[in-house]
Design a binder for this molecule. Structure first.
Ligand code: ATP
Length: 446
């Protein structure tokens, strides 16, 4: 028996939570060092009535009622902790009560960890949802333009194959719309479609994102290792948006995946087989960046097996009324002046800009009224003043500025953002780099 009492004492002293127990008279029988650490109460209390030492204690209540109390918040001086209290019952009789406490700091740390894990689970759930959610199909691509119709026909046929596809076109022309439609009408539609924006993932993280890592591969790596997007997209399609922003190293690794059909997680020796169809997109002229040594020619050849070049909206203005009607969805209409402006404007942001402008206008306009010039974003209203109004006495400098702005926008749109890219733009515009930067600042361009 003596040995058993010592045994239990040793256990109570070694556990990580604070423990205090009273007998049926409310006399403190034991406390452990953790209890002292958390509450500041020392072992002097042993043998004394708990209430005389700690008048606010709630443990005697549990002793009297036999009811447990869970998660009770306590604060004495500057110490905060959470207490669970339970009766000690032997052969059906209450013979005492025990309180087990945890410092609030620890509880907070654990709660924060739990919250972080919950957040991660929510994110993963959202990602999983997004994986299978392909919003667009070919029927969503609205066009009356023969070139785009021809592209849709080629894309429909090639969707059935596993060949890589490269979709070229300015920002907002519908490259992702095509990529999703291709996935949807391929034999892979029941499997994931994963879109990766190569320009938004930092260069030192992209490999990890694409290929995953082995357990403990680098500081901060997960212990059990992590799948990359290739493995997550297995059986489906990986859409590499803005592929030209990948480093030469990563391009070499992707070329290997295209050739061998295998990937290697960071820090892992073995190759893993993956069955993923690659669809890539770019708004840049890849031949041009090959000459600058920023894109691998062999990778381009491989990607380029099927190339779809989507024309900008300004080259297929016949689509504007139809796309407009579809966006307005029968609830709104545009007046004649707006219609004329839409046909004259160059739409540097293409269909995305058209969609955003109409979304903006729909927020402002009364449903029964047609959308008029005053409902449009400023940039369009300015264009209207330039194009549509009779230039009776028109300030020439304003016209020059607008023209300059449009030309700059279009030149910057099809280039990258490095200093070399900017030098290239400056050269093609016949101005110095400093002048280019000054003008970008003046017009608030990035
Ligand atoms: N032919 C079309 N008919 C209807 N909507 C279109 C069409 N083309 C594009 N859109 C719409 O325009 C917007 C931009 O399309 P998307 O994101 O596919 O362009 P993107 O070329 O991939 O752009 P970015 O290069 O900036 O990623 C989307 O809202 C899309 O639904």
């Amino acid at each position: 028996m003596q040995q058993t009492a010592e045994w239990w004492k040793a256990i109570v002293e070694s556990i990580n939570d604070g423990v205090l127990a009273i007998d049926r008279e409310g006399i403190v029988q034991t406390i452990n060092p953790e209890y002292t650490r958390i509450t500041g109460v020392t072992s002097d209390i042993i043998g004394k009535p708990l209430v005389s030492y700690r008048p606010g204690a709630r443990l005697p209540q549990t002793l009297a009622t036999g009811e447990s109390q869970v998660g009770v918040y306590r604060k004495t001086h500057d110490r905060e902790y959470i207490v669970d209290m339970a009766p000690v019952i032997i052969e059906g009789k209450i013979v005492g009560a025990v309180s087990v406490c945890k410092s609030l700091n620890e509880v907070q740390v654990l709660t924060q960890e739990l919250e972080q894990q919950r957040k991660r689970v929510r994110e993963l759930e959202e990602q999983m949802d997004a994986l299978y959610k392909v919003r667009y199909v070919f029927e969503d691509i609205i066009t009356k333009n023969n070139k785009v119709k021809e592209l849709i026909s080629v894309a429909r046929k090639t969707a059935k194959t596993d060949l890589p596809i490269l979709i070229k076109g300015e920002s907002g022309t519908g490259k992702e719309l095509f990529a999703q439609s291709i996935h949807h009408s391929s034999g892979r539609s029941a499997k994931p479609f994963i879109a990766v924006n190569c320009s938004s993932i930092p260069a030192d993280m992209i490999e990890n994102e694409l290929f995953g890592h082995a357990g403990g591969a680098f500081p901060g790596a997960s212990v059990n290792g992590r799948q990359g997007l290739f493995e997550m997209a297995d059986g489906g399609t990986l859409f590499l948006d803005e592929v030209s922003d990948l480093s030469i190293d990563v391009q070499a690794k992707l070329l290997r995946v295209l050739q061998e059909g295998t990937i290697r997680r960071i820090g892992e020796g073995a190759e893993r087989k993956v069955d993923v169809r690659i669809v890539a997109s770019t708004h840049r002229d890849l031949d041009h960046i090959i000459t600058k040594g920023l894109f691998r020619e062999d990778f381009l050849y491989r990607l380029n097996t099927i190339a779809l070049g989507i024309p900008p909206l300004r080259e297929r203005k016949e689509d504007i009324p139809f796309i407009t009607r579809s966006i307005l969805n029968g609830k709104y209409r545009v007046d004649d002046e707006v219609k004329r402006l839409f046909m004259k404007y160059d739409w540097p942001g293409n269909i995305r800009e058209l969609r955003n402008s109409l979304d903006y206008a729909m927020c402002l306009v009364n449903e029964r009224e047609p959308i008029s010039m005053g409902d449009l974003p400023d940039v369009l209203q300015k264009q209207h003043r330039l194009y549509c109004e009779e230039p009776k006495v028109f300030p020439l400098h304003a016209a020059v500025e607008e023209a300059e702005k449009t030309i700059l926008q279009s030149a910057l749109q099809s280039s990258g953002s490095t200093v070399e890219d900017r030098q290239e733009v400056a050269r093609s515009l016949g101005i110095s780099l400093a002048t280019l930067y000054n003008k970008m600042k003046k017009y608030n361009m990035k």
